[in-house]
Design a protein around this ligand. Structure first.
Ligand code: CKX
Length: 642
């Protein structure tokens, strides 16, 4: 069963304790850890930060590039339990993410596993913990294959070691890269909630749904909601009504199918799940808007029939609508032009570790040059990114880690050559699809309540030219459409081979996202006139299709070595990057169906080594330590005007 993916909060009924710190760590090169019962305690280990990506901490290359199994271990104590007193609450373990797959043990007992390195997972460990010290052991694995996301392969070296060979262009950073928390949550508790806003004559109509886990209470419980605006005024306080119930272990009750996902997490008994709803109205609401965020505190309270408080969950929500209408994207009914970046979670030494200071600096840089949007290329980011974007009024295109679905270890070069990779004809594709659907499910479940999330991107640059690809993606899109209560626009980023004539998948997209490199991978270094002609020619062909949808440029850029100058601009110089963007903007401005420009990339980032990459991908507008290249000023003057 998938436990609640709600962001953990502390209230009078809920407690969270950080398990972050230095943990024991050991590579398991021979994959004998389980056989040797490492879950009962690591005998040889070094200390490793959690959260952290291990690669860039090492000076030894074999360790930096380690691929295979690796183990972590720490101790924890659950406050308030003793031999005579069990915990009155459920005890949950929440991992922000572990890359790419994991098996978790508590006190030597296997409690569950999780696939996918970029989304949180939660295990109920109530029945597995003791008073005093408990041991938490984690067996992780960072190998790449074609059945899991993101896709890639591994090479077996002569000495038996493995090397990750990603079919994607970012370093395979691994480890427990986000925080780990111990949560104490009431037995009867808010499991999930969602809301959908509609604006009618200056009033926000909110369709609120709350899913409740009924752990112990017989008879009715009351669920109520309170909304508080940014001035501290209570704008509504209402009781919800119950409309059905189901079993949280996956069985159905009253003919409703449970939408929780089953997995092997232990320690779970069959639990009743109750659903509550209410249509709410807020008159003259403070709307959440692009770069003008207004949030409400939402407080969901659960009481028993005597009025005793059973649970309280609090969050911040934003009232806004988003839709695609003809060739436009509308937020609160008004067209919005997306300006910003494709990003990565990437920083010196930290790798992909979430860090508040780095995130804060990134928002400051984006605000400085007038951006309003970013795509979480190529995977869902840490929860905190979305919470910060909610507060700042940034728009997010939230992307699932479906990257590398084209069999090439340097597909940035192969994409566009017309090479057909038979990706979706592979016999294992059904496994990949299940995995893909599972990650879409987890991403939407986690991120659906963020006003900043205006769209979900369900792939980056896959093979899209065959009927196999269409069949594959139509199932993915169908599932995503069912899952999102808000029915947000869905998209996916198409690379050059996905041309207007050959791409079979663009009809599935609500807006079309193009990754195009005219003037870099195509006609790079030559006269920009040729690149410009080719770019215009392709856009004319899209126009001729008459798709009547918005298009977003989700990637365009040039590798640029900061401080490398040349007049006239030559490839890798800052001047070339500026000339490239000027040419691209000239073209973009001539096509009214282009409704946004997300340049590639916000900052330079780490990749695998190779003859095409000099210390990583250098397409950043900012350097890896977040200082501007001169193109940052070109974007600033354009975006401040747009
Ligand atoms: N798009 C032609 C995916 C990104 C890469 C980018 C690049 C490619 C380009 C595909 O993950 O970093 O090569 O810079």
């Amino acid at each position: 069963m998938m436990e609640s993916l709600l962001y953990p909060c502390m209230t009078v009924t809920r407690m969270k304790l950080s398990l972050d710190g230095m943990w024991k760590f050991s590579f398991d090169r021979e994959k004998t850890g389980e056989e040797n019962h490492w879950e009962k305690g690591l005998s040889e280990y070094e200390m490793m930060p959690v959260p952290g990506s291990f690669a860039d901490l090492y000076t030894d290359k074999k360790k930096k590039n380690y691929c295979g199994d690796f183990w972590y271990e720490t101790d924890f104590v659950v406050p308030g339990i003793s031999e005579s007193k069990r915990c009155e609450k459920r005890i949950l373990l929440r991992f922000g993410s572990v890359t790419h797959r994991v098996v978790v043990y508590v006190n030597g007992q296997r409690i569950g596993e999780h696939e996918g390195g970029f989304l949180p997972f939660v295990f109920d460990v109530t029945d597995c913990v003791y008073p005093g010290i408990n041991r938490l052991s984690v067996k992780a694995n960072n190998e790449l294959n074609e059945e899991c996301l993101p896709c890639g392969t591994v090479r077996k070296n002569k000495d038996g070691s493995l090397t990750a060979k990603p079919y994607f262009d970012f370093f395979n950073y691994s480890g427990i890269q986000r925080s780990v928390e111990l949560l104490l949550v009431p037995n009867t508790s808010v499991e999930d909630y969602s809301y959908v806003t509609e604006l009618v004559d200056g009033t926000a109509k909110i369709d609120l749904k709350v899913k409740l886990r009924n752990g112990e209470v017989s008879g009715d419980v009351n669920v109520s909601v309170k909304l508080i605006d940014e001035n501290g005024k209570v704008v509504l306080e209402e009781r919800l009504y119950n409309y059905d119930k189901e079993s949280l272990s996956g069985k159905t009750m009253e003919n409703k199918t449970c939408d929780f996902v089953s997995s092997e997490a232990g320690c779970v008994s069959e639990i009743e799940c109750l659903r509550y709803t209410k249509s709410l109205s807020v008159e003259s609401p403070f709307l959440w808007n692009v770069r003008d965020a207004h949030l409400y505190d939402i407080i969901i309270r659960v009481t028993d029939k005597t009025g005793k408080l059973l649970d309280e969950y609090t969050d911040r929500i934003g009232l806004r609508t988003v839709e695609v209408k003809g060739k436009e994207i509308l937020v609160n009914g008004k067209p919005v032009y997306l300006k910003g970046y494709g990003k990565h979670e990437d920083f010196n030494i930290l790798g992909r570790t979430f860090n508040y200071s780095v995130a804060r600096r990134d928002f400051e840089c984006m605000k400085w040059n007038g951006a309003n949007c970013f795509r979480t290329s190529h995977y869902p980011y840490a929860d905190e990114w979305y919470r910060m974007a909610d507060e700042e009024g940034f728009l997010i295109i939230d992307e699932v880690p479906a990257v590398g679905m084209m069999r090439s270890t340097h597909n940035f070069v192969d994409a566009g050559t017309g090479k057909y990779t038979y990706f979706f004809e592979t016999p294992t594709v059904s496994k990949l699809k299940n995995n893909h659907i599972q990650q879409v499910r987890e991403m939407i479940t986690r991120d659906k309540n963020h006003p900043s999330v205006i769209a979900f991107s369900l792939f980056n640059e896959p093979e899209t030219t065959s009927d196999y690809a269409y069949d594959y993606f139509s199932d993915i899109f169908e599932e995503a459409r069912k899952l999102d209560p808000e029915k947000r626009p869905l998209t996916g980023a198409l690379e050059k081979n996905s041309s207007p004539e050959k791409c079979k998948c663009h009809p599935l997209l609500d807006f079309i996202s193009l990754n195009r490199y005219y003037g870099w991978y195509i006609s790079g270094g030559e006269d920009f006139e040729e690149a410009e002609g080719k770019f215009r020619d392709e856009l004319d062909r899209w126009k001729a299709l008459g798709v009547n949808k918005p298009f977003i440029m989700t990637e365009f850029g040039t590798d640029t070595l900061a401080g490398n100058h040349s007049l006239p601009g030559t490839m890798w110089s800052e001047e070339y990057q500026n000339d490239y963007y000027e040419m691209n903007f000239r073209v973009i401005d001539d096509y009214d169906f282009i409704q946004g420009e997300l340049v590639w990339n916000f900052a330079d980032f780490a990749t695998s080594e190779g003859i095409f990459r000099v210390g990583g991908n250098k397409k950043g507008i900012f350097t890896r330590d977040r200082q501007p290249k001169s193109a940052a000023f070109v974007l600033k003057s354009r975006w401040e005007e747009l």
